[in-house]
Design a protein around this ligand. Structure first.
Ligand SMILES: Cc1cc2nc3c(=O)[nH]c(=O)nc-3n(C[C@H](O)[C@H](O)[C@H](O)COP(=O)(O)OP(=O)(O)OC[C@H]3O[C@@H](n4cnc5c(N)ncnc54)[C@H](O)[C@@H]3O)c2cc1C
Length: 247
């Protein structure tokens, strides 16, 4: 998997602070400098004041101003299963690679068996891996070797069948029905900072599956570079709990 930040609101935290101060100012924020907008906020410097205000908003659950800054991420090589999970979030916008227009006719099934094109879950290769909904704990090497053999054979066979169906003239949109749910997909999605915190509440949590957790952690790391005060506060004070979304 690879995650990249494609595009994002510049000065996201200036936008958040301006929007929040707008609620409590009689003057028009559009005619004030940022220093004037933050005049009554505690802190020596503008940076200090931003930190004070953002911490205050997040602590009070005043999440509305965090809807203004938006970021667009490109994600490469997640499974269709992970894609189905993330696209359940309705306040994000998605573009998902099509299996009608992108076909896998030139992928070598032997390479699929080696890990190409289909995501290999850690439980197929790691005897120590314990999944959340797994019966029993870790397993011996022999068991995991058997798992891996079955998994690799099965995904390679699926791709072989898919290519045979294409050769028989079946349209890619129908032939794809035989492909595994672990088939890789690329996706672009846009989300605002508030929604990103909500996604993280649900998808970086211990009960989420390993793949979407990994993707969410990568997104959070990029978000911390983009919107640092907010996502550092989130990491330190809000992560690993379901935060209330209102007001
Ligand atoms: C560990 C885990 C397991 C899951 N298992 C399943 C499963 O087995 N089956 C399944 O179907 N789903 C499952 N889900 C998906 C889950 O039920 C949600 O559909 C998904 O996480 C989207 O989150 P959300 O409901 O907060 O909505 P989002 O789309 O993220 O919206 C954010 C918030 O906006 C509000 N909102 C949005 N739309 C509406 C609306 N129409 N009406 C009222 N309020 C709205 C809600 O307050 C919501 O929390 C699972 C999620 C997790 C994290």
């Amino acid at each position: 998997m690879q995650v990249k930040l494609l595009e994002a609101t510049s000065d996201p935290e200036e936008t958040i602070c301006t929007a929040a101060r707008n609620d409590y100012m009689s003057e028009f924020v559009g005619e004030k400098s940022f220093e004037e907008i933050l005049a009554t906020v505690d802190g020596e410097t503008v940076e200090d004041k931003k930190e004070t205000l953002i911490g205050h908003l997040l602590k009070q659950g005043h999440f509305g101003p965090f809807e203004h800054p938006q970021a667009t991420f490109a994600v490469k090589g997640i499974s269709r299963s992970c894609m189905a999970q993330i696209t359940r979030h309705r306040h994000a916008s998605f573009d998902v690679q099509s299996m009608r227009y992108v076909s896998f006719d030139d992928v070598d099934p032997e390479e699929v068996a080696e890990g190409e094109m289909v995501v290999t879950p850690p439980s197929a290769t790691d005897p120590e891996w314990v999944g959340r909904n797994q019966k029993g704990g870790s397993v011996d090497d022999e068991t995991v070797e058997k798992r891996e053999e079955i998994f690799r054979k099965s995904v390679a066979r699926s791709v072989e069948s898919y290519q045979e169906l294409l050769d028989l003239g079946m349209p890619p949109e129908d032939a794809r029905f035989v492909l595994p749910i672990g088939t890789e997909v690329n996706m672009v999605f846009s989300v605002n900072a508030r929604m990103l915190m909500h996604v993280a509440d649900m998808r970086a949590a211990a009960d989420a599956q390993w793949e979407i957790r990994e993707m969410t952690e990568e997104i959070l790391a990029l978000a911390a570079d983009w919107c640092p005060l907010t996502f550092e506060y989130y990491e330190e004070n809000m992560k690993n709990r379901k935060n209330r979304l209102a007001p």
